[in-house]
Ligand binder design. Structure first.
Ligand code: CA
Length: 426
């Protein structure tokens, strides 16, 4: 077992048993002190952020690949991510040892500790990555089947290509926002079924999509194909993704080239990137693939993780969130390595910071549906909330929160919050 995964490891920082950020997690993010100052790269432990830039200045990363590179002084994780797996692993090990209860190097240095360990209440987390390109897949069989059944009936639920390749489209990177960013209801064209001509206005069918995103660490060269077996070498880590969707705009615009404005106005991501190394103890197999994929997509490894997922909704009249759906990352039919291999099979290059989102992650049961389109079964069965409110689509003032966590007996590896509140159109 890797030292950083030891379930018995404890930190001298007080960490609640239910915390997303025990010493075994060591996520990476970027923060700004609320009192002002530069953006720095940090990790999270319990209710604190740990400033890695100041730790490096104090010489605590001596002898590792990050020493002297100033990557933790950057306003995004990209420079750190481009250093590669050895640098990520070394950094993780240094942090794990520094936070361990037996280690006094930081614990007993009050001056440094007060400088580098900051309460989460005193910082604002930033969008951690400069995302160059954003691709959104459609890799949940249950989601594709639900949507297909709603629009085309159960006989034609899956399109003929679906079981043979991970379907996807190229999305919009400029409107990716971090947890807590308000979302304005998009305006656009739609055409009601009983009308002959389209009309213009704010979307009347606002939806969310529960997804996970993979962030690329080491890029690839133009013309290079990455095999399924090598794909993980290029993956820095994962975060939660909410692919906000305007379904009425989508329905009118999507043929023949797919989603366009219905999805380009906002995509929310959680602020902490959880590394593959942190997820390693939760590795598991995905669904059996039948028919067998073509050779370049065949994967004999376990390339997914047991990550519990939840969708929570709070209307403007509620004080707390209701859980409206639960799912799991491992339900995905096409895994992240197959997605990456497929993406590069043409020679398309990936760059550090690129985001490959999974597509909506639905599961086998009704309560595992990852979008409102599915939860309301095509806008026909309202979601009933604990205070009596009902929803067929999101209304102004509604907040959507996604959560993700791996649970072991001793600790949980959490992803932090992925929240967005819908506001009226500008
Ligand atoms: Ca999507």
């Amino acid at each position: 077992m890797n030292e950083t995964h030891n379930p018995k490891l404890k930190s001298w920082v007080d960490v609640d048993r239910e915390s997303d950020f025990p010493i075994q997690n060591i996520p990476f993010g970027v923060f700004c002190p609320k009192s002002g100052g530069d953006l720095h790269v940090a990790t999270a432990v319990g209710d604190y952020v740990l400033d890695l830039a100041l730790l490096d200045d104090a010489g605590l990363f001596k002898g590792t690949e990050v020493e002297g590179t100033e990557v933790f002084h950057e306003p995004t994780l990209n420079a750190f991510m481009s250093l590669g797996r050895k640098a990520w692993k070394d950094t993780r090990l240094v942090i794990s040892r520094l936070l361990s209860e037996e280690n006094g190097a930081l614990r007993d240095n009050d001056d440094l500790k007060n400088e580098v360990l900051i309460s989460m209440n005193e910082v604002e987390m930033q969008l951690p990555i400069d995302v160059g390109d954003y691709t959104d897949f459609y890799s949940s069989r249950e989601h594709a089947s639900n949507v297909g059944t709603i629009f085309r009936g159960p006989e034609n639920a899956l399109m003929p290509n679906w079981l043979h390749l991970p379907v996807g489209y190229h999305g919009r990177a400029s409107s990716i926002v971090v947890n807590g960013t308000d979302i304005s209801r998009p305006k656009g064209q739609s055409k009601a079924p009983n009308m002959d001509v389209p009309s213009f206005g704010g979307s009347k069918r606002m939806d969310f999509e529960l997804e996970m995103g993979v962030f690329i660490g080491n890029g690839t060269n133009l013309g290079e194909n990455v095999s399924v077996d090598d794909a993980e070498e290029h993956i820095f880590g994962l975060a939660l993704v909410n692919d906000w969707s305007a379904r009425d705009i989508q329905a009118w615009e999507y043929q023949p080239l797919g989603p366009f404005l219905a999805k380009n106005f906002a995509t929310t991501v959680s602020p902490w990137i959880i590394t593959l190394e942190a997820l390693e103890p939760f590795r598991c197999s995905g669904p059996k693939q039948d028919p067998k994929p073509l050779e370049y997509l065949r994967n004999n490894n376990d390339s997914t993780f047991d990550i519990n997922l939840g969708i929570y909704l709070k209307t403007g009249r509620m004080d707390s969130y209701d859980c409206i759906s639960t799912s799991n990352y491992s339900y995905l039919y096409w895994d992240m390595c197959q997605q990456l291999a497929h993406h590069t099979i043409t020679g398309c290059n990936l760059r550090t910071g690129d985001l490959l989102a999974s597509g909506t992650i639905s599961g086998p049961e009704k309560e595992n549906r990852g979008s409102m389109l599915e939860l309301t079964w095509g806008w026909s069965e309202p979601i009933k909330l604990s205070n009596g409110d009902e929803r067929l689509a999101l209304e102004d003032g509604d907040s959507v929160m996604l959560k993700g966590w791996c649970q072991s007996e001793n600790y949980r590896i959490g992803f932090g919050d992925c929240i967005g509140k819908l506001l009226p159109s500008n």
